[in-house]
Design a protein around this ligand. Sequence first.
Ligand code: TYM
Length: 321
Amino acid sequence: MRILSGIQPSGTMHIGNYLGAVRQWVSAQNPEAFYCVVDLHALTLQIEPERLRDQTVDCLAWLLAAGLDPEVCTIFVQSHVPYHSQMNWLLECVATYGELSRMTQFKEKASRQEGYRVGLLTYPVLMAGDILLYSTEEVPVGDDQIQHLELTRDIAERFNNRYGETFVVPVGVAAPTSARVMDFQDPTRKMSKSVASALGLIYLNDEASEIDKKIMKAVTDTDNEVRFDWEKKPGLSNLLEMFASFTGETPAGVAERYTRYGDLKKDLAEIVIDALTPIARRYREIRADEGELRTLAAHGAQKAMDVAGPLYRRAATAMGL
Ligand code: TYM
């Protein structure tokens, strides 16, 4: 199965990235799977150049620590494969301003800043190119990216109709549980690096005591009935989903076993600490050898170029270049 997915190197990974995306990547990895650290996407917001370079290497290390194996799948950095930028232009001439300006993420991010960059608007086109360059069949992502996947499908179909069959039309696949992990302090909002309060999200390198504190202080309601109900009990339901996604149960099944919020939170904290501690330990080992990480990225880029190059040339030729 040809798979591609990507993650922005915008700081330490959080538990939403892990449960919503990266854990799926690990179980789906195969010789036809491509996973990409999307450093070009990170340029849509202000980031210090040295920080971006550093965080790109950090992100590679986190992916390996989480269980991706470069002997099995291809792991690479987006900007190392220039076809992504080239394909972006071709597809910008297929996508329309109207459909880009309707994207929820664009509207949210643009509303939070003055003078936002054009890249913030065209970002989903770059993402479509990432996917289409690899004839991708499935894209494992968190729920917030599904709209971008729909746009990718529209762009691929429009291109194929206009210029002849060139692209595989991909499908986005969200995780069955925790596809949208919510902020612990505001469970109506997605857990996100850009808008989190200090206690709102768990990073993969949080100390056990921090994880414990964040879960114990997670906002719930006051009626004290343990029940899975997103509408009336978003805070509790967020915790139940997270619990279930670690243990393989259903959230409602977990709810049945508890009568008190405190007991549920205590057990969840233990489960999360047990799952994340070994990942953080592996991360520190892997991150210590930056030379090895760079070699791995160079090797991944070569494998990615071998697939993306011919597809780019086909698309360019089809358009008359
Ligand atoms: P990014 O870097 O914001 O997030 C990486 C992955 O983590 C998922 N995710 C979440 N899942 C559940 N709950 C959350 N709170 C949560 N926050 C983030 C995201 O859905 C994503 O799967 N545009 C993408 C990166 C990208 C990409 C691609 C993805 C660029 N090109 C091609 C797939 C295919 C992004 O910004 O993800």
